[in-house]
Structure formats: structure tokens, C-alpha cells
Design a protein around this ligand. Structure first.
Ligand SMILES: Cc1ncc(COP(=O)(O)O)c(C=O)c1O
Length: 484
């Protein structure tokens, strides 16, 4: 098919741009969509790959497309306002008694409502579920291990799984002894054990602000206090703010998502992570690193775990397969640093062991190489969904809405006009068949009431589009109410 005119005075790359404009105006390409690969378009237009690339680079220069390494080029929504860091607005913080709020319960309950689009929960695996491969492997595990597959397992979990995990850390440069690791019921149990290893009831735990509400609830359930540390939309927890906090308050431990923060999607550089560990170890303060999203980075290579930089054994690493493979399996792990003995004792007292059937299935998944292939595809789908969701929100929400540009994970952090309280229309959203996570639940001191977290860990379909549209309408109604 010849669509370009070689006799025209316009450069060929300009004609390619016009071709893309044409596709957009006909609705064949929409904001957030992935552009055809260089090779595909060069074949379609019978033109060289470098010429197509020249056009894409020009579109990128004009801010009309964004390039994602190893994934491709995506059409930007022209009107997306990206959430910017606002350190000047940070008014400091003080230790807060954490109070369990019923809204968290409602966000969880909404996931299970029939005929409802659950955008309030972060489940990246929805974007690319590996259920068939896991079901096949589980069947073979059941026939291989027979009744052992349903029996109690060792307190610290299956040795083969721990070895596989330790080997993967070693590949990234972090030496981990598999005998010290503890397999847990998801990252949540790993975090709970880690907190109990290093702190007691009444102690102050520094957390990121905003912070995943599950961690806030966990701190509450252990009777500890939380102090919020300003966390930047781009590169995570602010080290200067942390230093100030350490001098003013008796911080017993820090609990940070050192790789991808939920809900910001921010990502510390490896260098900042190293500085963070050095700062905390110089004060003898343990760091509990929540690395649940570490494998879901969008660009470059996997962020190094803070564990790598620990010299005193004060870093406790928590992670799981929940965000990459199977949240329902409840398999996670803890690398307890120097708290190995305490960690095993608490695990034994708390839940005895983690189901073997799921552990063995995941071990086979890792060994077969299928896990890595699956995660590579999952990352690409999430990158794609992220662009589409940003564009969709920009299209349907009020113009002044600002949206995060995450560097990984599966959620967007959306800021509405300051007069809007997003929890006020949570029930109205449920009534319209969609749920989201209101911003207030991401801070123990009630910050972020005009924010909301929207998940793009979804299988894309028209229902998603309608759901986002409905949310946009509700925000507009709220704004008007406040205005009148
Ligand atoms: C930041 C973060 N940490 C930990 C967890 C808990 O993970 P798991 O399901 O493995 O317990 C979640 C789950 O949503 C999360 O978002």
C-alpha cells in the first residue's frame, strides 16, 4: 500500500506525521494508544525504518508521543496535567495515633461487588493473568507431592523456593542467604513480622506520605504510631525531610516502599536508596523495605533492593508474588537482616507456615522460566494501560485535574480541586457501578482528601471507559456543589 507521495515537496517524515494525524482524526488512534512499531509502519508505508523513526522522534520532540524503552511509542493526551512535586506545601508532621477507618473496609468490599468495575484496588495481575499456566503447574504439583501438598510445611517455607529467590537476588548483586529467609503469607505478613521484630506497641514508625493504606492499618493493628515523611511524586521519600524528622522525633523504624511507591508510582534512584540506608544505619534505625512492586518498573533495569546497601543488617526486605503472579496464593517473603531468629519465632507464633501447594507451584513457575516471560509481558501491558488511563482521565475529568506519571506499578494518583473531598462521592460511585480509593485513606493525619487513586491494573474494555467517565462526572458534580 502506497500512502505517501514521494514527489511531494514535504519530507517523508512529515507525511508520516500527517498520516498519524489522519488516523487520529478518524478515531483509529486515540490518546494513550500505542503507535504501530517502526518495522510495521515502515512495511505498511513502504518506507525505511529510520524515516519512520525520524517521524516518531519529531512527534516526541513536539510532546505528542512518549517513548517507553523496550515497549514503543505512545500517543499522549495533549491535555494531561502531570502531578508535580510540591515540597513547599509540606507542613511537617507529627506522630499520629492511627485510627482504623471504615472507608478502607468499604474499598476492600467494593472489589467483590457484582457488576462493578473495581478501580480502587491495586491488582496489576488483572492486566495479564497467568492463571492457566499456574493451574497446569499446580495440577502437576498435586500429582507429584500427593498428600504432602496439603500438609503443614516448614516454618520458614520451602527450601527450594527460598534458594530460587536468593539466587534471583544474587543475580541483581545482592547476597542473600536462603537459610535466613522466611516465606510468608503475602508481603503483608512479611511486613507485620518485620515491624514486630524491630518495634513495640507505642513506638513511632516513619512512613511515606502518601502511603498505601494497608500499611497504615497494619501499624494501627500493632498499636504503633505513624509519622509521615514528605514523598516526592518523582523520586520517592525526601531524604532532607527524613533527616529533619529523625532529629525531632523518636523514630523506632522506617517502613518505606523503596522501589515503586503505592500510590505515587515514584521511584528512588539506586544512589538515593544507598544514601537512605547509610543515613538510617548511621542512626541505628532499621529500614523495613516494602519491595512488593520492585519487579514492575517501567523503564531501564530493576531497581536495586535497599538490602544491597546494608552494612549493619538493619534492612528487612519484604516482598511477594501478589503483584506479579498470584495475589490469591498469599506467598511472600522476608529477608530479615540481623533479625533472623525473631522473624522465625514470630512467623511460627503467628501463622505456623505458608501453604506448600502454592509455594511449590510458584517454584516450578520460576524454574521453568515462565515467570520471567510472564512478568516481561505484564510490564508492557501495564505501561500501555497506564498511558491509556491517563488519557482517559484527562478526557473525562475537569480540566484542572493533575495525574501522576508513575514509573512503575499499577495505579494513578489523581489530584482534584482542593475543595473536593473524594470520599464524599464514594457511595455515589458504587451506585454507578465503579469503585476507587479515596485519597484520605492514604494518610493517618487525613491529608489528600482531594485526591483519589485509580488502578490501571485492569483488562481493558468498554466498561472501564464508562467507569472512568462516571467518576469524571461525579468529580464535576462535586466541584459544582462546592462552587454554589
Ligand atoms: C505497597 C504494598 N505493599 C504491600 C502489599 C501487600 O501485598 P500482599 O498482597 O503480598 O500481602 C500491597 C498490596 O496491595 C501493597 O500495595
Amino acid at each position: 500500500m502506497k500512502l505517501l507521495n514521494r514527489d511531494s515537496s514535504d519530507f517523508l517524515y512529515q507525511q508520516i506525521i500527517e498520516f498519524i494525524d489522519g488516523q487520529q482524526s478518524q478515531g483509529l488512534l486515540r490518546p494513550g494508544d500505542k503507535l504501530p512499531s517502526l518495522r510495521k509502519l515502515s512495511k505498511q508505508l513502504e518506507i525505511s525504518v529510520p524515516t519512520v523513526k525520524q517521524a516518531y522522534i519529531e512527534l516526541e520532540r513536539q510532546g505528542r508521543v512518549s517513548a517507553r524503552p523496550q515497549s514503543g511509542y505512545y500517543l499522549q493526551a495533549q491535555q494531561v496535567r502531570t502531578l508535580q512535586p510540591r515540597p513547599s506545601k509540606w507542613a511537617g508532621s507529627k506522630p499520629t495515633e492511627v485510627k482504623c477507618r471504615s472507608l478502607i473496609e468499604q474499598v476492600h468490599d467494593a472489589v467483590h461487588l457484582p457488576n462493578s468495575v473495581a478501580l480502587g484496588i491495586s491488582n496489576p495481575v488483572h492486566a495479564h493473568p497467568p492463571d492457566k499456566a499456574l493451574a497446569r503447574l499446580m495440577r502437576s504439583v498435586i500429582s507429584k507431592y500427593a498428600e504432602k501438598a496439603v500438609s503443614y510445611g516448614p516454618v520458614n517455607g520451602d527450601a527450594k523456593l527460598r534458594m530460587q529467590l536468593a539466587y534471583r537476588y544474587q543475580e541483581q548483586g545482592t547476597v542473600v542467604n536462603y537459610q535466613d529467609m522466611v516465606i510468608t503469607n503475602g508481603a503483608q505478613e512479611a511486613l507485620s513480622i518485620a515491624l514486630q521484630c524491630v518495634a513495640e506497641k507505642g513506638d513511632v514508625i516513619a512512613i511515606e506520605s502518601p502511603c498505601f493504606f494497608g500499611l497504615i492499618e497494619l501499624i494501627e493493628s500493632l498499636g504503633m504510631k505513624a509519622i509521615e515523611v514528605y514523598t516526592c511524586t518523582e523520586d520517592g521519600v525526601c531524604l532532607q525531610e527524613l533527616e529533619k524528622t529523625l532529629t525531632k522525633h523518636p523514630v523506632k523504624a522506617c517502613l518505606f516502599s523503596t522501589a515503586i511507591n503505592n500510590p505515587l508510582g515514584s521511584l528512588m534512584t539506586n544512589h538515593q536508596r544507598q544514601q537512605l540506608v547509610a543515613l538510617l544505619e548511621s542512626h541505628d534505625i532499621p529500614l523495613i523495605e516494602d519491595d512488593a512492586y520492585g519487579d514492575l518498573y517501567f523503564d531501564g533495569t530493576r531497581p536495586k533492593p535497599a538490602q544491597l546497601y546494608s552494612e549493619k543488617g538493619l534492612v528487612l526486605t519484604c516482598s511477594s508474588f501478589s503483584k506479579t503472579a498470584a495475589p490469591g496464593y498469599r506467598v511472600g517473603w522476608l529477608i530479615p537482616g540481623k533479625y533472623e531468629e525473631q522473624a522465625k519465632r514470630i512467623k511460627r507464633a503467628q501463622s505456623c507456615s505458608t501453604p506448600m501447594l502454592q509455594q511449590w507451584t510458584l517454584t516450578e513457575y520460576l524454574l521453568s522460566g515462565e515467570y520471567d516471560r510472564h512478568v516481561a509481558v505484564l510490564r508492557k501491558k501495564l505501561i500501555y494501560n497506564c498511558e491509556r488511563m491517563r488519557a482517559l482521565i484527562a478526557e473525562h475529568f475537569p480540566e484542572e485535574t493533575c495525574i501522576s506519571k508513575p514509573q512503575g506499578g499499577s495505579v494513578l494518583w489523581v489530584r482534584c480541586r482542593s475543595s473536593v473531598n473524594t470520599s464524599d462521592f464514594f457511595q455515589d460511585a458504587i451506585a454507578r457501578g465503579v469503585s476507587f480509593a479515596p485519597g484520605g485513606i492514604f494518610s493517618p493525619s487525613g491529608k489528600y482528601r482531594n485526591y483519589m487513586r485509580i488502578s490501571f491494573g485492569v483488562k481493558w474494555n468498554d466498561q472501564i471507559v464508562q467507569a472512568v467517565k462516571a467518576l469524571g462526572e461525579l468529580v464535576k458534580i462535586q466541584q459544582e456543589k462546592q462552587h454554589n
